[in-house]
Structures are given as C-alpha cells and as structure tokens.
Design a protein around this ligand. Structure first.
Ligand SMILES: NC(=O)c1ccc[n+]([C@@H]2O[C@H](COP(=O)([O-])OP(=O)(O)OC[C@H]3O[C@@H](n4cnc5c(N)ncnc54)[C@H](OP(=O)(O)O)[C@@H]3O)[C@@H](O)[C@H]2O)c1
Length: 284
C-alpha cells in the first residue's frame, strides 16, 4: 500500500489522481490532517486516514500496512522540522520500505532561506535508516502565473530575479514524478533534482505574455528589500522575506536546473511555459 500525506493539498490531490491511474484505490492511503476534506477520495475507494504532522498520536496508525510513503512537506513554515520528524519516526515504526519526501531544488547548496527546513528534514530522513527518495522540487509554474492578471493591469511584472532562469514545472508534473517513484522500482536512497525542461527569465515570461495578449507587458526588476516590502502587503506573515530571498538567489541560478531529471522520470518533456500562460489567460 502507498500512503500520501498532505493528500488534500494541491500537490497531494494531483499525486492521488496520478496514482489512481495504475494503483487500485484500496491500495492507496490518503493520510490527511482533516479527513472530512477527503470525501472525494473516500468515494473512489481510497483509504482515508487521519495524519496530522503536529499530533504524532495520529501518525502511529496512519501508515499501518503501508510499504511506501510520500511525505509532502507541510506549509506551516517554521514548524516543519518537528512535524516532518514525527512523520519520519512514524513511518520508520510502521516499517515502510521507501519514504519519499518533497524537498526543494538543490536544497543543500543554494542557501535559500526556504531550504533550511528541507535540509534538516533530509538529514533526519537520511540518518533514520528508512530507505528514502528526496524529490527536490523546483519552482511551481503556478507560483508565477497568478502574477499575470496584475501585470496586465499594471503593464509589467515585478520580481527580483534579474536575468536568472527559473526552471519551473507544473504541480501536475511534480505529482507525476512522485507517482512514478512511488510505483516504480529501484528508487531507494536516491536524490532527484526536479525541474522543468524550459527555463525562462522573468523578462522572457513577460515577453511571452505580451506575445499572447498583444499588449506590451514589461518586467521591472526590484532590489530584494523593495520586492519583499511589496510581497508583505499581501502574503501571510513572514513569507515575504523568504520568497524575496528565493527570487534574489534565483539571479544566481538557485531555481535553474538543466538535468531534465523530471522529464526522464515522467517519460516525456515538461510542458512549455507558453502553455501555462495560455491556460492562465483562458482562466482570466
Ligand atoms: N516548489 C514550490 O514552488 C512550492 C510552492 C509552494 C509550496 N511548496 C511546498 O510543497 C508543499 C505542497 O505544495 P501544495 O501546493 O500542495 O501546498 P498546499 O496546497 O498548501 O498543501 C499543503 C498540504 O500540507 C498539509 N499540511 C499542512 N500542515 C499539516 C499538518 N500539520 N498535518 C498534516 N498535513 C498538513 C495541508 O493539509 P490541509 O489540506 O489540511 O490544509 C495540505 O494538504 C507545500 O506544503 C510546501 O511545503 C512548494
């Protein structure tokens, strides 16, 4: 049986959908903080079990019978190390044969603030003795497409990446990679740097939006602090400096990758970013 934590989140939902293509529903465990949110999975025959990272007592039974577990990193930044450790401890007690963890692209070398909790989790997992697969996910394309509507209103995107390239991929592509690892063989003790095939600068992204809309949309690169101050007007507390730091370090390649590991795992190239722009424009 394969268990997926955080299965009611955006990535988790796509992982369950990807697994359902090849795995019988009753062999999938949606391990979720709020089982009432997982009714759609239960209706399909997926086993829904409570698994709250902050309540280790819920984790003990969540992985019973599971041979493989996907730990989807939580979204409570600052709380995640003890939360993830609790999941790893529970998976170890349950005797799982593979624990895959959604980490961050080049987590151990880029120095991103966002990477700190991922590195701590990776180290704990690697020291645990549980066979692991580190799925170091790059930037989601969906981090960038919500900026299209405001850019169309204001005539420009803002960011702090300078000419840095972002090898983004969609959540569905990262989900397909996770499903491939969970259903495949030989992924024990592996580290995968996962990113899209077609990296772009923010200026290139703006140029593609201009091409598809027929409007001239520019890109204004801002100093990190200035960009963080703007992000702080709408992001949850504490996230603005963390995301501005990621943008600034992307100028030096922190969000770029040319290994094509993601497309090799999923068996086809990742979609061009022009497709994500077209989809986002259709949804406006
Ligand atoms: N690579 C990137 O660009 C990028 C961008 C954003 C986030 N991320 C990371 O990737 C993860 C998955 O992305 P996403 O888009 O699916 O995020 P998401 O939609 O926010 O989902 C996060 C999931 O984590 C679950 N969760 C949070 N705290 C939990 C807890 N204490 N116990 C159990 N479950 C808990 C949430 O449960 P509920 O459904 O109950 O809320 C939710 O299912 C994020 O959590 C974050 O670590 C990566």
């Amino acid at each position: 049986m394969i268990a997926v934590t955080g299965a009611t989140g955006q990535l988790g939902t796509l992982v369950i959908e990807a697994l359902l293509k090849t795995v019988p529903a009753n062999q999938i465990i949606a391990a979720v903080r709020t089982p009432s949110k997982a009714k759609a999975f239960a209706d399909k025959g997926v086993q829904v079990r409570e698994a709250d990272y902050a309540r280790p007592e819920t984790l003990a039974s969540a992985f019973s019978g599971a041979t493989k577990v996907l730990l989807i990193s939580g979204n409570e930044v600052g709380q995640r190390v003890p939360q993830h450790k609790a999941v790893i401890d529970a998976a170890k007690k349950a005797g799982v044969q593979l624990l895959a963890y959604t980490s961050l692209l080049k987590a151990d070398t880029t120095g991103l603030l966002l990477g700190t909790e991922h590195v701590a989790t990776e180290q704990y997992l690697q020291a645990s003795g549980v066979p692991y697969s580190l799925l170091r996910n790059g930037w989601y394309t969906e981090n960038i497409t919500p900026g299209i509507a405001p850019a169309l209103q204001q005539g420009a995107f803002i960011g702090a990446t300078k000419e840095g390239r972002i090898a983004a991929a969609t959540r569905a592509e990262y989900a397909a990679a996770a499903a491939a690892v969970l259903t495949g063989e030989g992924h024990e003790n592996t580290i995968y740097e996962l990113a899209g095939d077609n990296a772009f600068t923010r200026a290139e992204f703006a140029a593609e939006v201009s091409k598809q809309t027929g409007k001239t949309i520019g890109y204004h690169d801002l100093p990190e602090q200035e960009y963080a101050a703007i992000l702080a007007t709408f992001l949850p507390h504490g996230m603005a400096p963390i995301l501005a730091d990621a943008e600034a370090k992307a100028a030096n390649g922190a969000l770029d990758d040319n290994s094509h590991t993601l497309s090799k795992l999923i068996g086809h190239p990742t979609a061009p970013f022009a497709d994500a722009i077209a989809d986002a424009l259709k949804a406006l």
